[in-house]
Ligand binder design. Structure first.
Ligand code: C5P
Length: 397
């Protein structure tokens, strides 16, 4: 069974890490504690080695490491890295890739899911730099056990209090449970809009932010899949470990998807592919005096429909963005495109769908079964969708 690496940094709530350690042990996991030097000043590593039954690692270079390259050797055996409590400093180091002690070096070496439970003064947590670091790590696939509001060690009331140990343990165990469920599978995800050129400076595009597709890719990675992410131009960090193929136009997306399709087990077409392109794009910038009165457009290839026609065992997932008759239109698309699942969202609402962080959808499978979801973050929705997809995979095998 995989080990849990528990990173402990120097927040006053450090004593609660003992409870988290106990929780993981109760679930049957062996826990290796990694402390920063400051944490080891705040509380003796001896306490953690007594609880864990293993020598705590603090130093990157120590004579008594039983391994030659300890952080790499341990990384191979680790199923989860949980950092409890996490200071602003360790979050900043992880976000920037600074590796100047054992824990920060280990973060770069480990391929397992990472869960961070921040605990610090409210001003430090809400500082734009810390918030930016959290956002960046999240985008790259790190999970956060959000700090709560409450009485803080500094005497202030505010956000920054370590999440409850039971919640941290539950989140960690959930990550471990999901972490291998797509192992051995190759997932092809498309995301973002496409751009159809009119001339070298102008293009036709749409409001897709790419968030839903990126979350689908991130969750597939968290579940152990190999992920190829074919992405249109978006302003997002790609999840770590995804094989990223950047494209612009629908034609480029088509070429990339068709190239990857034979090796894919599951294809998630979350991209908002432009439905039409300019009939006669110009190689030179069109000058104002030469502007035509109208611009002719031609339909782009329906990539998903093409895949539906040639699928050989792949599970095909489409997205439907509708402003009316959501259910009927989505059902028709499942059939017309020979899909295994469609995720239908209502884009007439501003609080969900395009550009928003939240989403709410109807999941409709090939048999016409409709599962409505609650309104939730795109990250949570990606989990729901993958749960349904895993059921489809189980039914197939
Ligand atoms: O028919 P509609 O464009 O609404 O279908 C949406 C689904 O089809 C999405 O999954 C989208 O990625 C995919 N699609 C495509 N090629 C297009 C248009 C849409 O693969 N040209």
């Amino acid at each position: 069974m995989a080990k849990i690496a528990l990173g402990v940094t120097s927040s006053v709530s450090i004593y609660k890490a003992c409870e988290v350690l106990r929780g993981f042990q109760k679930a049957g996991y062996e826990v290796q504690v990694l402390m920063t030097r400051n944490a080891a000043r705040l509380i003796s590593p001896l306490l953690f080695s007594s609880l864990s039954g293993r020598k705590v690692i603090v130093e990157l270079f120590a004579d008594d490491h039983p391994w030659s390259v300890a952080h790499v050797a341990l990384a191979r055996e680790t199923g989860l890295l949980a950092v409890v409590p996490a200071t602003a400093n360790i979050i900043a180091k992880f976000a920037r890739g600074i590796a100047d002690d054992f824990l920060s070096t280990f973060y770069l070496a480990v391929e397992s899911p990472v869960l961070i439970a921040p605990a610090m003064n409210a001003a430090m947590f809400l500082h734009p730099r810390t918030q930016a670091n959290v956002r960046e790590l999240r985008a790259r696939g790190v999970e956060f056990a959000e700090p709560g509001r409450g009485y803080l060690a500094c005497g202030d009331e505010g956000v920054g209090r370590l999440a409850e140990p039971e919640e941290i343990v539950a989140r960690g165990l959930d990550l471990l449970r999901r972490s291998g469920s797509l192992r051995g599978r190759t997932v092809l995800v498309t995301a973002g809009p496409t751009r159809e050129s009119l001339d070298p400076v102008r293009f036709l595009s749409n409001r897709s932010s790419g968030k839903m597709g990126y979350e689908m890719a991130r969750e597939a990675l968290a579940r152990g899949a190999r992920v190829v992410l074919v992405t249109g131009p978006v302003a997002l960090f790609p999840p770590a470990k995804a094989e990223v193929v950047r494209v612009e136009s629908a034609a480029e997306m088509e070429a990339a998807v068709l190239r990857e399709f034979p090796r894919a087990d599951i294809v998630v077409m979350a991209a908002a592919v432009a439905d039409f392109a300019f009939a006669a794009p110009s190689g030179r910038k069109i000058k104002k005096p030469g502007l035509p009165e109208s611009l002719a457009v031609v339909p782009t290839p329906d990539i998903l429909k093409m895949l539906g026609a040639r699928k050989a065992g792949q599970v095909l997932v489409g997205f439907a963005a509708e402003t009316e008759d959501l259910r009927e239109n989505a059902l028709a698309k499942v059939r017309a495109k020979n899909l295994d699942l469609i995720v239908a969202n209502d884009v007439s609402r501003g609080d969900i769908g395009f550009e928003a962080d939240d989403n709410q959808a109807l999941l409709i499978d090939a048999a016409g079964r409709v599962t409505p979801t609650a309104k939730m973050s795109k990250r949570e929705l990606s989990r729901e969708i993958w749960n349904v997809l895993e059921e489809i995979l189980v039914r197939r095998s």
